[in-house]
Write a protein that binds this ligand. Structure first.
Ligand code: ZN
Ligand code: MN
Length: 145
């Protein structure tokens, strides 16, 4: 991302947070920047471990609060999987994921055909579809070693 784009995104993020009465604090910015820079979708614990060296006074509870503030204002999406820890995704558009069944990590996958496939699936009568997920489950490269 170019410097100009980065500055624009910062300002946009500041405004998104503002709509929810929240501020863009240095901690929130650090959490957001970390999410922007990783390929997979980390848990709050992973965000905490990664960001703490830069912000030694940061606590896990604060990371949770910051992530929730980013989710609430629509800047970040939250992925939940039953009892497993929630994961956070910088993308908020409709897209698909691969998920490793061993380590639990999640990555984006390009599948433009996903929506086309859905048209062929007919739910039972009276069922109103609100949303859908497409996930490829398997073992990641690290876990296959
Ligand atoms: Zn794995
Ligand atoms: Mn994603």
């Amino acid at each position: 991302m170019s410097v100009k784009k980065q500055i624009n995104r910062r300002e946009e993020l500041r405004q998104q947070l503002h709509t929810q009465g929240a501020q863009l604090t240095p901690q929130r910015a650090a959490v957001y920047d970390y999410l922007s820079g990783v390929e997979h979708h980390p848990t709050a614990e992973e965000v905490f471990m990664a960001v703490r060296p830069k912000l030694p006074r940061l606590s896990l509870a604060t990371v949770y609060k910051n992530l929730e503030a980013l989710v609430k204002c629509g800047a970040v999406s939250k992925l939940t999987y039953g009892d497993a820890s929630a994961r956070y995704d910088i993308r908020t558009d409709h897209h698909y994921h691969t998920r490793c069944l061993e380590c639990g990590k999640i990555w984006d996958v390009d599948a433009r055909e996903g929506f086309e496939l859905l048209k062929h699936i007919k739910p039972q009568a009276g069922f109103e579809v609100k949303d859908y997920r497409l996930e490829l489950l398997g073992r990641c490269r690290e876990c296959r070693r």
